[in-house]
Write a protein of this length. Structure first.
Length: 165
């Protein structure tokens, strides 16, 4: 949401940049764009399991998971959800912003599991904005797709607060 200095040139070229929050507000109802693909490796899944303490076999034991309902390990739903800030940062930015923070998420669903080594990406649509005391609350509708799978991995409304300087 802030300046894109740390992103690759290719990603910066894809990012929809708004000069000001007023410009962003004018885009309510519009699709903002689609992120790069991210591969969900077993290493990412294991690191997430370590960070959260969720070591359920379906996520971290490839041998047991091979005999389970999905035939391989799957990512935690919350791992998929945790990628949303990465995706939205790739999709849009506000040049005049001095602060952008996660505020929450609404209507989070995980319609389809993400098998290990799948590629996922997100498409974001600006749902609404609202001025609040410390800036602007922004609600983005995000759909995370899995490469080659019809059902989405995650559907959510993410809520950010953005402030201008």
């Amino acid at each position: 949401m802030l300046a894109k200095q740390a992103l690759s040139q290719e990603t910066r070229d894809m990012t929809r940049e708004f000069e000001t929050l007023a410009d962003l507000k004018a885009a309510v109802g519009q699709e903002l764009g689609t992120s790069d693909w991210v591969t969900v490796t077993q290493e990412k899944i294991n690191l997430f399991a370590d960070a959260t303490g969720d070591h359920q076999w379906i996520h971290v034991d490839p041998d047991a998971a091979a005999k389970g309902p999905f035939g391989k390990t799957i990512a935690h739903g919350y791992l998929t959800l945790s990628l949303l800030p990465v995706f939205t940062e790739q999709i849009y930015g506000v040049k005049s912003a001095v602060m952008g923070v996660n505020y929450g998420a609404n209507k989070v669903r995980f319609p389809h599991p993400v098998p290990v080594d799948s590629r996922v990406r997100a498409t974001a649509t600006l749902k609404e904005t609202q001025d609040i005391s410390i800036g602007t609350q922004v609600i983005i509708s995000v759909v995370v797709e899995i490469d080659g799978v019809e059902k989405p991995a995650c559907i959510a409304e993410v809520v950010y607060v953005i402030a201008e300087g």
